[in-house]
Design a protein around this ligand. Structure first.
Ligand code: SF4
Ligand code: SF4
Length: 409
């Protein structure tokens, strides 16, 4: 089926303008195929809380058939942004593009103001050095095994050394000769969870890939996009300049949400690849099979399978971890993390996670490891224990950490 005609662009954000004439808003054929994949419709049973219902509200407002209504804002805010509705849609409605513009319009027109704490977090995210400084106590806490928030998962981040400095140090020592790639380090990832960036550097170098970490890069803008903030365009332009100047074959991302946002940033100018998908293509050195009782349950981030439209994490990569693994039940369904959704709508996010996380209570393995490839999903899975949804010990890991043998120094 033909994709709807491209609408005029919003000059501030390079997004389609949604007015009464927008082809995007009229492209829904009301078939309802999206309803059964939508977590908020499945939870609420409310048509307005479904893709079809939200599109109808936005269209009726744009056409002047519905007065601007606080409920429209409410239903927009309740969308997780998981994008599960896009592949389910036979009319190929570009729901994600429309959602991004609607969120922006609601904030720009003053109909919605994100909470001060999240606006402050977004302001900090746009200033990576300051964010890294503010994140320093959290890195210290995590190193010490203290997890002062329900979303913080265990890890051993470097407190002072940045990923850029670490990559330069390892590159000078190991001198890999393969293709040169740039690593997207992210804002929250670098400020709080940088051990995952370090593991990514080690795995790439172990597989003979040259790694550069452009220091001029910043936040990918995904958080600003979720919040409807206009700063997203400035951030994208900054990263665009940083990565295009890096002279690399590809940009690799170890967070599917940040990767998706960077794909929008670079368009077709430079390939942006999920690091696990990239390793599946280039080939990955396999670890020795583990003989212990550990079992890995792999969950697939929405922004990997629905956003980036990848079939999943390559089997060759998961086999190379050496662990016994299987896909988690309902692995392609949303876990409720949704960027900042689990902070904005914690009740809904918990409900969505509840159904998905129950299997961990009876899952076999010692230890039981829940592995995924997006730090925000990792935070959400971590919260299942704190919220009492999972009553037995389990670990939350990034798949790249399972590939990392730590022997590249
Ligand atoms: S993005 Fe996810 S939560 Fe939002 S309408 Fe689509 S399926 Fe539902
Ligand atoms: S599947 Fe697509 S066309 Fe059908 S109701 Fe949902 S958004 Fe509309």
């Amino acid at each position: 089926m033909k994709k709807p005609e491209t609408a005029p662009k919003n000059s501030a954000l390079d997004l389609p303008v949604l007015d009464a004439s927008s082809a995007l808003l009229t492209s829904c054929v009301h078939c309802g195929f999206c309803l059964e994949v939508c977590p908020t419709y499945q939870q609420s049973g409310d048509e307005n809380n479904s893709p079809r219902g939200r599109l109808r509200l936005w269209r009726q407002e744009a056409q002047g058939r519905l007065e601007p209504d606080p409920w429209t804002v409410q239903y927009t805010q309740e969308c997780v942004g998981c994008l599960a509705c896009e592949p389910a849609c036979p009319a190929r409605v570009p729901y994600g593009e429309i959602l991004e513009e609607v969120r922006h319009q609601h904030v720009h027109s003053g109909r919605h103001l994100p909470p001060l704490s999240l606006r402050l977090a977004a302001w900090l995210a746009a200033r990576p050095r300051l964010f890294s400084l503010v994140g320093l106590p959290l890195r210290v806490f995590r190193r010490a095994g203290l997890l002062p928030h329900r979303l913080l998962f265990a890890g051993q981040p470097a407190v002072l050394e940045s990923t850029a400095a670490y990559a330069a140090r390892l590159m000078a020592r190991q001198r890999p000769t393969g293709p040169r790639v740039a690593l997207l380090t992210g804002c929250l990832m670098e400020a709080v969870f940088r051990e995952i960036n370090f593991a990514t550097v080690r795995v790439l170098i172990r597989n003979n890939l040259q790694v550069v970490v452009p220091e001029q890069q910043g936040c990918c803008g995904a958080m600003h996009e979720h919040l409807g903030l206009a700063a997203v365009e400035q951030l994208r332009e900054q990263n665009r300049q940083a990565f295009l100047a890096a002279d690399v074959a590809a940009v690799v991302a170890n967070s599917s949400g940040c990767g998706l946002s960077t794909m929008k940033t670079l368009g077709g100018d430079l390939p942006v690849r999920d690091v696990l998908d990239f390793l599946g293509e280039t080939g990955v050195r396999a670890n020795s099979p583990r003989s212990d009782k550990a079992r890995v349950y792999v969950d697939l981030p929405c922004h990997l399978v629905h956003g980036q439209k990848l079939p999943g994490i390559p089997q060759s990569v998961l086999d190379a971890t050496g662990y016994r693994w299987e896909l988690a039940p309902r692995a392609r369904d949303c876990c409720g993390s949704g960027g900042v959704y689990n902070l904005q709508q914690p009740g809904n996010a918990r409900q969505i996670l509840q159904g998905k996380s129950q299997f961990l209570n009876t899952a076999e393995g010692d230890p039981v490891i829940l592995a995924t490839s997006n730090h925000v999903c990792m935070m959400q899975w971590q919260s299942a224990g704190r919220a009492g949804l999972v009553q037995r010990p389990y670990q939350v890991r990034h798949v790249i950490q399972l590939l990392d043998t730590g022997d590249v120094t």
